[in-house]
Ligand binder design. Structure first.
Ligand SMILES: CCCCCCCCCC/C=C\CC(=O)SCCNC(=O)CCNC(=O)[C@H](O)C(C)(C)COP(=O)(O)OP(=O)(O)OC[C@H]1O[C@@H](n2cnc3c(N)ncnc32)[C@H](O)[C@@H]1OP(=O)(O)O
Length: 281
């Protein structure tokens, strides 16, 4: 395993990090030698759109962290204003038949790996986090967010439907009434609103502070028996995980049927155009 000191890239307070993987390029994993906590950083400019390759790298990184006995996982972004823009719409608009199957299957795999991770997980949400970005953050056990950003499952605003496992993820955090209403509305929460409803646990004023708060959360498990902790977590999450495991193929087929509807394709095309126009102004 490659061991590189990355002192220039980490906060001063951090003593040393093992840089475990960078060959994947779209994600990096750094393990703090002192705390044993791994920071998994998404790095796909311009907006960390979740395409097939980023999803593959995310899964590989989660597996790497599971395999190397890290004490916890913090998910964050290298982009200073965007945690993740969610699924890369280009994967779903006029899709290639084979690739879109691989893409959705890979998204299922990432969710199963992250939501079902045996290590404590936290998200340092250092930027906007719509839709699939929110799903990733919500799959973690703890969330710390920076001010002046937005987060939420906004699928209905795009004319698409969040599948059952997105809903289960929301329901693992939010009261049922709030989860149902905000999913139906496709509501994006400001950082302060997200804190108020419990979608995020804390607000931090900088990325460094967010990472430190996530590390503090993970440290709360330091004296808890790791097997007892992870089996307890598994019991809480197993019904959600099992449901997708049992229905993976049907879930994929539903997605393909839905996404290939002419009206859905038309809506995605209009939405993409509006994003492009906005970025040119
Ligand atoms: C019955 C059950 C059936 C089940 C059916 C299942 C159906 C599917 C479920 C799908 C689930 C999840 C959906 C998603 O995750 S869809 C993605 C949703 N994401 C969004 O709505 C976010 C859109 N983006 C933004 O709001 C903004 O870009 C931003 C993230 C706030 C950043 O703003 P910014 O001003 O910093 O950057 P901006 O100029 O807007 O963008 C820069 C370039 O990036 C392009 N872009 C942005 N987001 C995406 C994206 N998600 N996919 C692809 N491309 C994106 C944008 O177009 C700009 O490109 P360019 O520079 O003009 O070329």
């Amino acid at each position: 395993m490659m061991r590189t000191k990355l002192l220039s890239l980490v906060p001063r307070a951090t003593v040393a990090c093992r840089h475990m993987s960078s060959a994947t390029k779209l994600t990096t994993v750094e393990v703090n030698d002192k705390t044993g906590i791994a920071t998994l950083t998404m790095n796909r400019p311009p907006v960390n759109g979740l395409n097939l390759e980023l999803l593959r790298d995310l899964q590989q990184s989660i597996e790497e962290i599971e395999g190397n006995k890290s004490c916890g996982l913090i998910l964050t972004s290298s982009n200073p204003t965007i945690f993740s823009a969610g699924l890369d719409i280009l994967e779903m608009y006029k899709p290639d038949k084979e690739r879109i199957r691989a893409f959705w299957t890979q998204l299922q795999d990432v969710w199963l790996a992250l939501y079902g991770s045996s290590v404590p997980t936290a998200a340092a949400i250092n930027g906007h986090s719509p839709a699939g970005g929110c799903l990733l953050a919500a799959s973690c056990e703890y969330r710390v967010m920076l001010p002046k950003f937005t987060i939420g499952l906004n699928e209905t605003q795009l004319g698409i439907v969040a599948p059952q496992w997105f809903m289960s993820t929301y329901l693992s955090i939010l009261p049922r009434r709030e989860a149902e209403r905000s999913l139906n509305q496709g509501r994006m929460f400001t950082t302060e609103e997200a804190l108020r409803v419990g979608l995020v646990d804390e607000i931090a004023s900088s990325k460094e502070e967010a990472l430190a708060k996530c590390a503090d959360f993970i440290a709360t498990f330091a004296k808890v028996n790791p097997l007892a902790r992870s089996l307890t977590k598994q019991q809480f999450r197993s019904a959600d995980l099992q449901q997708l495991e049992n229905e993976r193929v049907q879930d994929l087929e539903k997605f393909l049927f839905f996404i290939n509807q002419p009206a859905v394709q038309k809506g995605l095309g209009i939405y993409l155009e509006s994003l492009k126009k906005k970025s040119k102004n």
